[in-house]
Design a protein around this ligand. Structure first.
Ligand code: PLP
Length: 391
C-alpha cells in the first residue's frame, strides 16, 4: 500500500498482519449499516433483504472454495474458528483422554487452544518441521494414536509463508478415520483453495487477511460432520453459532473475498515480482541474510534473517521512514523473545535475532520494494560492518 497524505509517503508491507479494507467492501458495509438495520432473524419484511444478503454471502464464499453454502458458518474471525475447530473435536471425549495432533509452527490461536485442552485432560502432539518449515506426512503417519480426535495443520504459515502439504496430511488423517482441520487464515484469498481437493473437514478463515473487515471470518465445516456449538444461545448459523449476525461485515467479507479470488493470479504475479526485486537489491549489494521458509511459500511473503542485527531495530528504523514491516507474527509484536516458528526452523544463532517479515500486498509496487531495499541497506551497513554498494 502506498498512501500519500499531507505530510508523508507510507509504505505498508505488513499484509500478513492485516490488509487494507477494500473500497467497495467499505461502501457496501456503510450502506448496509445505514440503511438495513433490521435483525435478520425477525419475521417482518424489512428483515427479508438481510436474510437474503446472508444467504448470498454464504453462496459467494462457498463458490470461491468449492464448498456448499450450508458448509460456511460465519464467526468473529480466525481465532474463533480455530478455537471452535479444536475444542469441538475433543470436548465430548474428555473422559477418554483425547489426543490432538498439530504442528510446532501453528498460530497461537491453535497452539493456545491446544494448551487449554491439555489443561482439561487432552494430550497434544506437535509435529516437527524441516528447515523450510514443512511438516513431513510420514511424521503424521507415525504419530496418530487410537485416541487422536483431530489433526490440525495450517495451510500457510503466518511468519514464514510456508505452504504445508495439507492434501497428503488430510489423506493420512482420513485413512485413519480422523478429522482434519486446517487454519487457512493466511492462505485464503491469496492462493487457490478448493476444500474438496484439499480434503479438509474444517477450515478457518479471517476476512481482514483478504481485504475484508476485522472481526469477521468463517469456519468451513464439511457436510455430514457434526460439531457442537461453540457459542450457545439463539438459533443463528444453523443453531451452532449463536448471536445476531453482523450482516454488513459478512457481506463486505464475501465481496472482498470474491474480488481477491478474481484477481488472485494477477496479484500473486505482481507481489512475487516485488519480493524478487527486494531480494535482488539486497543480494546485489552484498547484504548477508537468509530467506526463511523454502521455495513453496505464499506469494510476496518474505521472512528475512539478517546476520548480526536486531529485527526490532530494523522495524523501528524503517518505521522512522514510514515503512511498516513486522519482526514476527503480529500477535508477537510486543514480545522480544524469538518466535516458536524461527526456533522450530533452527535459524542459525547469528541470524535469528535479525529476522523481519515483509509481506507485500496488492497496493504495493516495485518502487516500494526498491525503496525498502535502499533503506535496509543503509541501516544494515554499520551492523554488518561492511561497505555496501547502494545502487
Ligand atoms: N491463524 C493465523 C495463521 C493467523 O495468521 C491469524 C492472525 O494473524 C489468526 C489465525 C487469527 O486470526 P484473527 O486475527 O482473525 O483472529
Amino acid at each position: 500500500m502506498t498512501v500519500v497524505n499531507s505530510s508523508s509517503r507510507v509504505i505498508y508491507v505488513d499484509n500478513a498482519a492485516t490488509t487494507r479494507l477494500d473500497e467497495d467492501a467499505l461502501a457496501l458495509m456503510f450502506d448496509l449499516q445505514k440503511n438495513f438495520f433490521a435483525n435478520p432473524s425477525s419475521a417482518y419484511k424489512i428483515s427479508r433483504p438481510l436474510k437474503k444478503i446472508l444467504q448470498e454471502s454464504r453462496e459467494k464464499i462457498a463458490a470461491c472454495i468449492n464448498a456448499e453454502p450450508q458448509e460456511i458458518i460465519f464467526t468473529s474471525g480466525g481465532t474463533e474458528s480455530d478455537n471452535w475447530a479444536i475444542k469441538s473435536a475433543v470436548l465430548s471425549y474428555l473422559n477418554e483422554r483425547p489426543n490432538i495432533i498439530t504442528s510446532a509452527i501453528e498460530h497461537k490461536a491453535i497452539l493456545n487452544s491446544c494448551a487449554a485442552m491439555e489443561k482439561v485432560g487432552c494430550t497434544v502432539t506437535k509435529l516437527p518441521v524441516d528447515k523450510f518449515g514443512e511438516v513431513n506426512p510420514a511424521d503424521l503417519q507415525r504419530k496418530i494414536l487410537p485416541q487422536t480426535k483431530i489433526i490440525s495443520v495450517m495451510l500457510a504459515n503466518n511468519e514464514i509463508g510456508t505452504i504445508q502439504p495439507v492434501k497428503s496430511l488430510a489423506e493420512i488423517a482420513h485413512a485413519e478415520g480422523k478429522i482434519f482441520h486446517t487454519d487457512a487464515v493466511q492462505a485464503i484469498g491469496h492462493i487457490p483453495v478448493d476444500v474438496k481437493l484439499l480434503g479438509a473437514d474444517m477450515l478457518s478463515a479471517s476476512a481482514h487477511k483478504f481485504n475484508g473487515p476485522k472481526g469477521v471470518g468463517f469456519l468451513y465445516v464439511r457436510d455430514g460432520l457434526k460439531i457442537s456449538p461453540y457459542i450457545d444461545g439463539g438459533a443463528q448459523e444453523f443453531s451452532i453459532r449463536a448471536g445476531t449476525e453482523n450482516v454488513p461485515a459478512i457481506a463486505a467479507m464475501a465481496l472482498a473475498f470474491e474480488k481477491n479470488c478474481r484477481d488472485m493470479n494477477q496479484t500473486a504475479k505482481k507481489i512475487s515480482t516485488c519480493a524478487k526485486v527486494l531480494l535482488e537489491c539486497l543480494k546485489s549489494n552484498g547484504v548477508d541474510f537468509i530467506v526463511n521458509g523454502g521455495e513453496n511459500r505464499l506469494p510476496g511473503h518474505l521472512s528475512l534473517s539478517f546476520r548480526d542485527c536486531e529485527g526490532e531495530t530494523l522495524l523501528h528504523r524503517l518505521d522512522l521512514k514510514n515503512i511498516y514491516i513486522a519482526t514476527g507474527s503480529a500477535c508477537n509484536s510486543r514480545q522480544t523473545q524469538i518466535s516458536h516458528v524461527l526456533q522450530a526452523l533452527k535459524v542459525p544463532e547469528d541470524y535469528i535475532r535479525g529476522t523481519i517479515r515483509i509481506t507485500f500486498g496488492k497496493e504495493n509496487s516495485c518502487d516500494d520494494a526498491k525503496t525498502i531495499g535502499k533503506h535496509l541497506i543503509k541501516i544494515l551497513q554499520p551492523c554488518q560492518n561492511q561497505q555496501f554498494l547502494i545502487r
